[in-house]
Write a new protein. Structure first.
Lengths: 72, 184
């Protein structure tokens, strides 16, 4: 994978807490001084939040359709 | 694969539409009955039932919930709670009719709409492939194996790479917004 993708994956695993202990610590230390990584992490969290809102909206629309089909 | 023998929670992730429809057909009439017995309308019943279903779905995906009781019992419990809260809210509203409007609270509610719409537009702009991979994986709890199969990827690895490419695009898109706008 391209380095950028590896980094996206690294941050995802960091957030999930599934990295090996030394790597988890590496990321934590980088976050202390590297503003670029801090920003990327914040953006990634916003991306997850966005997907959750989007998915919830889609699910709500699906439920509406079911409602109309069954009880409309 | 038949979903008949799977637990409801597992079936939900594999065959969402049919599973939700089964749950809906069985449980909604009970919720409607309860709400209407307790000063509510059909519309109220529909709203809280759908909210309860969304809560249940998210618990299955994000918290790996596995029910030991029946789905109907579980949903009925959530609905009763939600309806009690709603009745409380309505009672307070009537009591506060003559009180001054809570201006701060109003402002927050209005401000919230615009950023949300912007965020939704970012997902729309990703195009069908990325949108469906990301939403299916992160929200609907599909496994990468399932996504690879649906989209005809040769391997789970290709699906993984694609998923991270799409996530990177979304991350880049949202980076144009100031993060402080959102209290997330």
């Amino acid at each position: 994978m391209r380095p950028l993708l590896t980094e996206v994956q690294l941050l995802e695993n960091y957030l999930k807490g599934t990295l090996p202990e030394d790597q988890q610590l590496d990321v934590e230390i980088r976050l202390l001084w590297d503003q670029d990584v801090q920003q990327k992490l914040a953006n990634q969290q916003l991306a997850y939040k966005t997907l959750r809102l989007f998915g919830r909206r889609q699910l709500r629309a699906e439920l509406e359709a079911i409602h109309v089909r069954l009880f409309g | 694969m038949s979903t008949q023998r799977l637990s409801m929670d597992a079936a939900l992730l594999i065959d969402r539409e049919r599973t939700l429809e089964r749950i809906y057909a069985k449980t909604y009439p009970m919720v409607r009955h309860y709400v209407k017995e307790n000063r509510g309308t059909d519309e109220d019943a529909k709203d809280i039932f759908q909210e309860a279903l969304i809560t249940y779905y998210e618990k299955v995906v994000y918290d790996k919930l596995t029910l030991t009781s029946s789905v109907s019992t579980y949903l009925m419990g959530i609905c009763k709670n939600l309806w009690r809260q709603e009745l409380g809210k309505r009672a307070r509203k009537i009591g506060l009719m003559d009180a001054p409007v809570d201006e701060v609270g109003e402002e927050v509610a209005v401000d919230d709409e615009q950023p949300t719409a912007t965020l939704m537009a970012f997902v729309e702009q990703l195009g069908e492939t990325c949108r469906s991979i990301l939403v299916n994986f992160y929200y609907f709890g599909h496994r990468l194996e399932q996504i690879a199969e649906q989209r005809g990827y040769r391997s789970v690895r290709s699906a993984t790479v694609q998923k991270f490419k799409c996530l990177e695009r979304l991350r880049k898109a949202v980076s144009h917004l100031s993060v402080d706008q959102f209290k997330l």
